[in-house]
Design a protein around this ligand. Structure first.
Ligand SMILES: [Zn+2]
Ligand SMILES: [Zn+2]
Length: 308
C-alpha cells in the first residue's frame, strides 16, 4: 500500500491494566516532517523504539487529561529522550501542550528528577537544553498548534463530572483530518469536531449486562463510551475510517470481560461503515483513502485483524 506523509500509529491501545499486549494510552501522529505524541502511557518509549523512532525526535507532546495511565510514560519520554544514545538525542526543550495542569505536572517532574538531571549533566555532559521543558497550557476549545501546514485544534470532551479538564484533538494537514476523542462519554463536541474527519479514533468501554448492576462497573462505564454509543458518533460523523483505541473491557472474577467480537457486534447495531479495532502499533495512512497496517508480526497471537 502507498505510504502517505500523514500517518497515525497507535502506540498504546490499553487502559490502566498492566497488559503486555496493550500498553498505556499513546498515539503517534506524523505529518510531513513533524511528529506528535498524544498522551504517553506506560511503555510509550518501547513502542517508539520498536518503530526505530528516536524518542528525542518527537516535536510536540500533547496531553488530553491527567489520569495517570495517560501520563505515566511522560518522565520516560522526557528523560530517556534526552540521552545521547541513538534512541534519545533530544537537544532542544521537551515541548508539552496540554489543558491546565500541564505546567504543574512538568514542574513537579523536574523537581522529582532534579538529581538525575544534575548527575547526567555533570557525568554525561548532556546539554541542559535537551531536558528543559517548554510548556503551553490552554483552557478552552481552539487552535493550540499551527506550524508547517499542521493545525492542531483542542476540543473539550466529557470524561465525567469531576474528571476535568479533558480534551480531544483534531489534526488538519494537507487537506486531511484526523480526530482523536480522548477519554469521554458520548459527547456532542466529538461529533462537532469530528465533522469531515478522514480518520476518527475513538475510545470505547464495555461490560456484560450481568455486570452492569455493580456500582464500580457503572462508574467505569459512566466515564466512557459504549460500543453502541460510539457507533452513533461514527454514524453522525461518517469518517472514511473509524477506529477504536483505549479499549476498556470490564470483567470480574465470575464474569469474563466482553470480547473484541462482542464490541464489534454491539457497534454494528448503530454503525455500518468502515471500522478498525485498534491494536498496539497498528498504523493508519491518511491519504486519498485511509488504509490500515498491522504491526508484523502481530503482537498478540495470530488472530486476524479486526477490520471490518
Ligand atoms: Zn481517563
Ligand atoms: Zn484513560
Amino acid at each position: 500500500m502507498t505510504r502517505s506523509d500523514f500517518r497515525v500509529t497507535l502506540l498504546g491501545t490499553g487502559v490502566p491494566i498492566p497488559s503486555p499486549d496493550r500498553f498505556g494510552p499513546c498515539t503517534l501522529v506524523e505529518a510531513g516532517e513533524q511528529k506528535f505524541l498524544i498522551d504517553a502511557g506506560r511503555g510509550a518509549t518501547i513502542r517508539l523504539h520498536q518503530l526505530k523512532i528516536p524518542i528525542g525526535r518527537i516535536d510536540v507532546q500533547l496531553l488530553t487529561h491527567y489520569h495517570s495511565d495517560h501520563t505515566s510514560g511522560i518522565p520516560d519520554v522526557w528523560l530517556t529522550g534526552w540521552l545521547e544514545s541513538h534512541f534519545g538525542t533530544r537537544k532542544t526543550p521537551y515541548r508539552v501542550i496540554g489543558p491546565t495542569g500541564a505546567r504543574e505536572l512538568m514542574e513537579n517532574l523536574e523537581r522529582a528528577y532534579a538529581l538525575d538531571i544534575k548527575i547526567r549533566a555533570a557525568d554525561e555532559k548532556l546539554p541542559l537544553s535537551g531536558v528543559a521543558t517548554d510548556i503551553a497550557e490552554f483552557d478552552r476549545d481552539g487552535v493550540v498548534y499551527e506550524k508547517g501546514g499542521v493545525k492542531v485544534i483542542a476540543f473539550e470532551v466529557d470524561h465525567g463530572d469531576v474528571i476535568k479538564p479533558c480534551y480531544g484533538y483534531r489534526f488538519e494537514y494537507a487537506g486531511r483530518v484526523a480526530v482523536f476523542s480522548s477519554d469521554t462519554r458520548y459527547n456532542q463536541n466529538v461529533i462537532k469536531y469530528g465533522a469531515g474527519a478522514d480518520l476518527l479514533v475513538h475510545e470505547v468501554a464495555s461490560a456484560r449486562p450481568e455486570l452492569m448492576k455493580e456500582a464500580y462497573v457503572q462508574r467505569i462505564i459512566g466515564h466512557h463510551t459504549t460500543p453502541r454509543e460510539a457507533g452513533r458518533v461514527f454514524a453522525q460523523t461518517k469518517p472514511k475510517l473509524a477506529a477504536f483505541t483505549h479499549i476498556v473491557l470490564v470483567g470480574s472474577e465470575r464474569i469474563p470481560p466482553p470480547t473484541i467480537d462482542d464490541v464489534l457486534t454491539e457497534t454494528r447495531q448503530t454503525y455500518t461503515g468502515p471500522l478498525a479495532v485498534g491494536e498496539d502499533l497498528m498504523a493508519f495512512e491518511v491519504g486519498e483513502t485511509v488504509t490500515v497496517r498491522r504491526h508484523q508480526p502481530p503482537l498478540s497471537g495470530s488472530n486476524p485483524a479486526k477490520v471490518a
